[in-house]
Design a protein around this ligand. Structure first.
Ligand SMILES: Cc1ncc(COP(=O)(O)O)c(C=O)c1O
Length: 408
C-alpha cells in the first residue's frame, strides 16, 4: 500500500508553520532531528498532566503509573528493535550510548595496545570517546579511510585494519554522505577476528527497521529524536552476555543495590547503567513514536525518501557550480544530500535558502575527519524524511536555481 503522505503530514502540527517572513516552512533538516507527530506530543503532555511522578521509587498511585509507563515503553521500544527489554539501556541519546560502551565496557575489557577500529565517516560521537580512551588506557584507534571517488568505506582497508582488533565501531548510515555501510559484512568480518561490534544507528534507525538480535551486533546505539521521538532519550542495545562484561559508568542513585559507609554494591543488568531519575516523559514519548512508526512498512518509507533524494540530486547536478558529496540516488542512500556551490559560501547559501522557507543544515556536521577527507570545511545538507513531498523538493530546486543565477 502506497504511503499517504498528506495523511502523514496531518499528524505533524509543525509542518503547517509559517515563518516570521511569511514563508511556509519546508523542513529539510531531518538528519539533525525529525519533527514529532501529535501522538508523541500528546503522550508526553498526558504524563505531565495526569500522572507525573518519579519512577521506581514511591508506592503511591502516580508513582506506580509512571513506573509502569516507563517500563511498558521499554518493552515497546525493545520489541520494535527486535530484542527484549533486558537488552535495552535508556541513555540520553546515541552520544551517551557510545560513551557507555567506552566507559562501561571499554574501560573494563580493553588494555594498552588493544585495537579499536573506527572509520573516517564517523560522527564525533563515535570518535572522541575512543580518543579519550586511548589517553587513559593506551588503546590504539585505527581509522578506516573512505574512497573519495565513490564516497563509500574502503572495505579492503577495513579488512587490513581488522588485524588484532578488539572492538569495531561503525556508523550504520553516514549523516553527511547518506551512505549506508555494509554492516552485515562488517559484523561478520569483525566477529571472524574476535572483535566486538558497535553500530551507530542514529541515522539508520529512522530509515530502516533495526532487528538487534538477528543483526549479530554486540552493541547498537540509537537516538529517539531522529525517528519521531523526543530529544533527551536514546538507548544502547546490548547482547546479554556482553552486558554481563560491563561495569558501572555513571554512578549514584537508582543503579545501586546497597550503599554503606564502607562501599557500594550495584544493580545488575540495565538497571546498573540507568543512574538517577529516569527520562520518564521522554521514554513515554519515544514509545508513542515507535508505535506511530510501526504502522508503516519502513521499506516503503525508504523508497519514498530515496525517490525524493534521487530526483533532487539529479536536478542539483544540473545546476552549474553545484557539487554533491555522496551518491544520494544510490538505492541504499538515506536521502541526505551534502552539496556545495563553488561561487556561494555555504553559510550564505543556507541563509538565502532560509529566506525562502527552506531549513537545511550547514557546517561540518560533527564529522570533521570526514570533512578533512573530502577536502572541505563544511557542506550544505538537505535531508528528507517520511513527510517530505515532491512539491517541496520541486520548490526547493526552483528556489535554488533562482539563488544561483542571481548571486553566483
Ligand atoms: C551518525 C550519528 N551518530 C551520533 C549522533 C549523535 O546522536 P544524539 O544526538 O542522539 O546524541 C548523530 C547526531 O547527529 C549522528 O548523526
Amino acid at each position: 500500500m502506497a504511503l499517504d503522505i498528506e495523511a502523514i503530514r496531518a499528524d505533524f502540527p509543525i509542518l503547517k508553520r509559517v515563518l516570521p517572513n511569511g514563508k511556509q516552512l519546508v523542513y529539510f533538516d531531518n538528519a539533525a532531528t525529525s519533527q514529532k507527530p501529535k501522538c508523541v506530543i500528546d503522550a508526553m503532555s498526558h504524563f505531565y498532566e495526569e500522572y507525573n511522578s518519579n519512577a521506581h521509587r514511591a508506592n503511591h498511585t502516580l508513582a506506580d503509573e509512571a513506573t509502569a509507563a516507563l517500563e511498558s515503553a521499554r518493552a515497546r521500544i525493545s520489541s520494535y528493535f527486535g530484542t527484549g527489554p533486558a537488552n535495552l539501556i535508556y541513555t540520553s541519546g546515541a552520544t551517551e550510548a557510545i560513551n557507555l560502551v567506552a566507559y562501561g565496557w571499554g574501560r573494563y575489557n580493553l588494555e594498552r595496545d588493544d585495537v579499536i577500529v573506527i572509520t573516517e565517516m564517523e560522527h564525533h560521537a563515535d570518535i572522541v570517546p575512543w580518543q579519550e580512551l586511548s589517553k587513559t588506557h593506551g588503546v590504539e584507534v585505527r581509522f578506516v579511510p573512505i574512497d573519495t571517488k565513490t564516497f563509500t568505506l574502503d572495505m579492503e582497508a577495513f579488512e587490513v585494519a581488522l588485524d588484532g582488533a578488539k572492538l569495531v565501531c561503525v556508523v550504520h548510515t553516514s549523516n553527511v554522505l547518506g551512505v549506508r555501510n555494509p554492516i552485515e559484512r562488517i559484523i561478520e568480518m569483525s566477529h571472524a577476528v574476535g572483535a566486538k561490534v558497535l553500530i551507530d544507528a542514529a541515522q539508520g534507525a529512522p530509515h530502516e527497521r533495526i532487528f538487534f538480535d538477528s543483526s549479530g551486533a554486540d552493541f547498537v546505539a540509537i537516538s529517539s529524536h531522529k525517528m519521531a521521538g523526543p530529544t533527551g532519550i536514546g538507548c544502547l542495545l546490548v547482547k546479554t552476555d556482553v552486558m554481563a562484561e560491563m561495569g558501572p559508568f555513571m554512578t549514584g542513585g537508582s543503579m545501586i543495590r546497597r550503599v554503606t559507609t564502607e562501599g557500594t554494591t550495584f544493580q545488575e543488568g540495565h538497571a546498573m547503567f540507568e543512574t538517577g531519575t529516569p527520562r520518564i516523559a521522554e521514554a513515554i514519548g519515544w514509545g508513542a513514536a515507535v508505535e506511530w512508526l510501526a504502522q508503516f512498512d519502513m521499506r516503503e518509507v525508504h523508497a519514498h525518501i530515496n525517490d525524493l533524494a534521487s530526483w533532487t540530486s539529479n536536478q542539483l547536478l544540473d545546476i552549474p557550480g553545484i557539487k554533491i558529496y555522496g551518491d544520494p540516488s544510490h538505492k541504499d542512500s538515506s536521502g541526505a544530500i551534502s552539496f556545495l556551490h563553488d561561487g556561494i559560501q555555504s553559510q550564505d547559501l543556507a541563509m538565502l535558502l532560509d529566506e525562502g522557507g527552506f531549513a537545511v543544515r550547514t557546517g561540518h556536521h560533527c564529522a570533521q575527519p570526514l570533512m578533512d577527507a573530502l577536502g572541505v570545511p563544511a557542506t550544505n545538507r538537505a535531508s528528507f524524511w517520511i513527510y517530505n513531498t515532491l512539491d517541496e523538493v520541486q520548490a526547493f530546486i526552483e528556489y535554488l536555481r533562482f539563488i544561483c543565477e542571481r548571486f553566483a
